[in-house]
Design a protein around this ligand. Sequence first.
Ligand code: NAD
Length: 314
Amino acid sequence: MGREKYKLGIIGSGIMGSGIAITCALAGHRVYLNDISEEILNKSKSYITHILEYLHNIKWISIDPNEVLDNILFSLDVNNVVSNSKFVFEAATEKLDVKKKIFMQLKKYISNETILASNTSVIKIENISEDIDIRDRIIGVHWMNPPFILPLVELVHSQHTSEKVIRETRIFLEKELGKIVIESPDIPGFIVNRFAAAISSEAVRLVDEGVSIEDIDKVWKDHLGILYMLFGPFGNLDQIGLDTVYLAGLYLSQSLERNIMYIPRWFEEMVMRGEYGVKTGKGFYRYKEDPDKLYLKRIKKLSEVLRWLKDQRL
Ligand code: NAD
């Protein structure tokens, strides 16, 4: 695959299908969008037109929106949409039976080279592709919303997806669309939505325990969101100190009915070996620099982001 421009099919023209169409058309590909009614397709067309004009106004794109729109076609005819497409991106309603039915139907119209990619947020690709005899060509491409702005894409393959399909999909996403591709195991919720579910359910539980919705959002926007954005969960644990995390985790597990802080055996063994993170030079990561120096670097990063955030919130 080089800088060839492809015909691409998209099934489902809701918020995600329309967004994926914008993303691919901006990269110069010819996109065919399908849905179940003319009315929905018309809605998608006005949404896409509006978004492209907005992206142009805020200077996110410099290309004339009409040129991009010329690359997007809307059709109720599935055959017309998917035949000879390099990729078909399925972005229909999040129901296993709906997705399975679509993939069964697509099988009739696609060429031998077409790759079928589901945008499911949580359903295992193994489940979507079972009973379909072309499951070697079925893969998960989980876009983030809005896909034309957010860079991350989760790539998920079942045990039947072929190496060629995985490779070609990754190349398309990275080289043609400039995406950051993370491969997730084929587990319910993948990576992004496992985190999202854990955070959302803890937020809802804290409301049950008397915390206000506004305060929960503040904790994320003014604190946790900043730390996790800069360092990620494991980078953060290393900075806190795994010995401290371990003790705090034990207390939480003993005082709450549910196992909120999961501490597997291997984590316990790291602590027993004295791998406490930044302060001992080894935790989830290795640190060559002195802990005091690393602390100053942390302050610098935080101060830069906080200064930027303050400007944004003025
Ligand atoms: P949506 O409701 O906005 O759009 C779904 C569209 O699919 C609708 O227009 C519906 O008419 C269409 N559809 C249903 N059955 C169809 C069929 N047989 N053929 C053609 N079209 C059909 O939903 P959405 O938010 O765009 O989500 C679509 C998919 O993307 C889901 O799997 C969802 O989990 C996933 N996703 C959503 C988000 C998000 O933030 N909304 C983010 C990532 C992934």
